[in-house]
Design a protein around this ligand. Structure first.
Ligand code: HEM
Length: 152
């Protein structure tokens, strides 16, 4: 008999329950929830399920979504956003007692896709070299001068 796949270890129904909860948390999240507003949650859950079932070794599952790079290209996703999604995934998997091997494979797979989702390598929020200088706060000419609030 063939060894059970990671998909067999979690099971399709349990995987769907995890992903449904994951997307509930993503949509409600104070940091990244705004990106999901107005998006079709049930469709995203279905596509994420197909995608995840596929790399966990489920046989004969087709992915009906867009390539990961294309799906995220219209959004400005910083490294911090990416980390936040990873953290929510971690918490969701832990709360559902997802088998350890599945958790590890899911996190590794996510990390391997980082460059398709954001140009940031870590949790920085620069995304592009072009954008970074505009985002950084210019150093004041005289840092000791007290900052005046209100009308000048
Ligand atoms: C490796 C990590 C990620 C994976 C595997 C992933 C997976 C997916 C999948 C399968 C879809 C559906 C694509 C489709 O409908 O054609 C999707 C859409 C989406 N993802 Fe991700 N995602 C990742 C990272 C992120 C991050 C970090 C964010 C934001 C913080 C994000 C935000 C979104 C949004 C907003 C959509 C809806 C796209 C749209 O229609 O505008 N994703 N993602």
């Amino acid at each position: 008999m063939k060894d059970p796949t990671l998909f067999d270890q979690i099971g399709g129904d349990a995987l769907r329950a995890v992903i449904t909860d994951f997307y509930d948390r993503l949509f409600a999240d104070v940091m990244i929830g705004f990106m999901f507003q107005g998006k079709p949650k049930a469709q995203l859950v279905q596509r994420e399920w197909e995608f995840t079932a596929g790399f966990l070794g489920a046989p004969n599952i087709g992915y009906s979504g867009r390539p990961i790079r294309t799906a995220h290209a219209q959004h400005t996703i910083f490294g911090g956003h990416f980390e936040r999604r990873v953290q929510i995934l971690r918490e969701t998997m832990a709360d559902h007692a997802v088998p350890e091997a599945v958790q590890q494979a899911w996190l590794e797979h996510t990390e391997a896709l980082r460059a398709q989702v954001t140009r940031d390598k870590g949790s920085e929020c620069a995304d592009t070299k072009e954008l970074a200088p505009k985002l950084s706060i210019a150093a004041p000419e005289n840092p000791d001068r007290p900052i005046k609030l209100g009308r000048r």
